[in-house]
Design a protein around this ligand. Structure first.
Ligand code: F2R
Ligand code: MG
Ligand code: MG
Length: 308
């Protein structure tokens, strides 16, 4: 049974995101991951360290925690806090181009020009804006407002519409997952319709349609073949959504599905973990890996605090 307790769900959202990141980081870049490899990581000893996905998720969660509810996002402050976190922890497996944006912001550039100047003026369509967006679901009262906050948080580093709108899509989806009735089966088509309803971007609406068209019984490899599993936003957010919709009542299975698909396993695992943790709550997360998760205390505390 999923929990209806909003504080447990809020904690589950952040802890699920971090757990998916930490478990998935052991396999980033592999073409597929076997069940016995996942079992071993889940059951072995030692701290489960998270990567850039959770570093930036924590920054965004702290941004909301430090301000009064309803304050929204101060984009230059957020860009600076992201950049300082990047500078403080260079070994967290950052994206290839994001350092250029952070370096520019630290040198005094406005977030908008720093983000716009990356990738030859195209802006980034990496999945970095979507991977860190889940706290917007705890700061926005409704799914459309979560999408708006997601976009505002995303565009501070990802100027390409594919990258920025991915944060709107994932932020809205996490909000919807958080508010699904605990005791009612989740309808995947209705869920995707509601996400599309929050999204003004035609490219993302067609990516959501593509996600809907994948047979629900697909294996991780088949889903990756249809939806992608790479570091781009269009090549990873759909697979994370699919992983959640495949196992909406089991964060462990949703995350394992996402990681088994291979590719950008920390990030796809993290986004699926945020969705499933938001629906099912922290009490539904697998206790053993959770016990070994780096930063679990602060993540739980922030979730509870932001739940109000
Ligand atoms: N990048 C990784 N992991 C691989 C490196 C691991 C590391 N070297 C290690 O072993 O420790 N992980 C992290 O990066 C992804 C998030 O990336 P983000 O923040 O969006 O960064 P970036 O650089 O903006 O985009 C990522 C890549 O996407 C491609 N790309 C984006 N925009 C593009 C454009 N306009 N044109 C062409 N390519 C574009 C590039 O390949 C970027 O490098 C997460 O997976 C996180 O875990
Ligand atoms: Mg990462
Ligand atoms: Mg990654």
């Amino acid at each position: 049974m999923n929990t209806a307790d909003p504080r447990d769900r809020a904690a589950g959202l952040l802890l699920g995101a971090a757990l998916g990141d930490a478990l998935g980081s052991r396999f980033e870049g592999m073409s597929a991951v076997r069940a016995d490899q996942l079992d071993e990581v889940e059951t072995s000893e030692g701290e489960l360290r998270y990567t850039d996905d959770t570093v930036l998720t924590l920054v965004l969660a702290e941004h909301f925690a430090e301000r009064s509810p309803g304050s929204g996002i101060q984009q230059q402050d957020l860009a600076l806090d992201f950049a300082r976190a990047w500078r403080a922890e260079p070994g967290r497996g950052w994206g290839g181009g994001i350092g250029h944006v952070f370096r520019a912001v630290l040198s005094g550039s406005e977030w908008s020009s720093a983000a716009r100047n990356s990738f030859g003026g195209q802006g980034s369509y990496g999945n970095g804006a979507a991977m860190r967006v889940s706290p917007v679901a705890l700061a926005a009262p409704t799914p459309p407002e979560a999408a708006t906050l997601g976009l505002r948080s995303g565009e501070v580093t990802h100027a390409h519409p594919d990258g920025a709108h991915a944060a709107a899509v994932q932020g809205c989806a996490v909000h919807l997952a958080l508010s699904t009735p605990a005791d009612t089966a989740l309808d995947p088509d209705r869920f995707l319709d509601r996400v599309a309803g929050c999204c003004p971007d035609s490219r993302w609406i067609s990516l959501l349609e593509r996600t809907r068209a994948v047979p629900r019984s697909s294996s991780p490899a088949e889903a990756a073949e249809r939806l992608g599993n790479d570091v781009t936003a269009p090549g990873s957010v759909p697979l994370a959504l699919f992983s959640f919709l495949r196992h909406p009542d089991s964060p462990r299975e949703a995350v394992r599905f996402a990681i088994a698909a291979g590719g950008d396993t920390d990030t796809i695992g993290s986004m699926a973990g945020a969705l499933a943790g938001a629906r099912c709550g922290a009490t539904a997360l697998p206790p053993e890996p959770l016990r070994r998760l780096e930063g679990a205390g602060r993540l739980r505390e922030l979730g509870t605090l932001l739940a109000g």
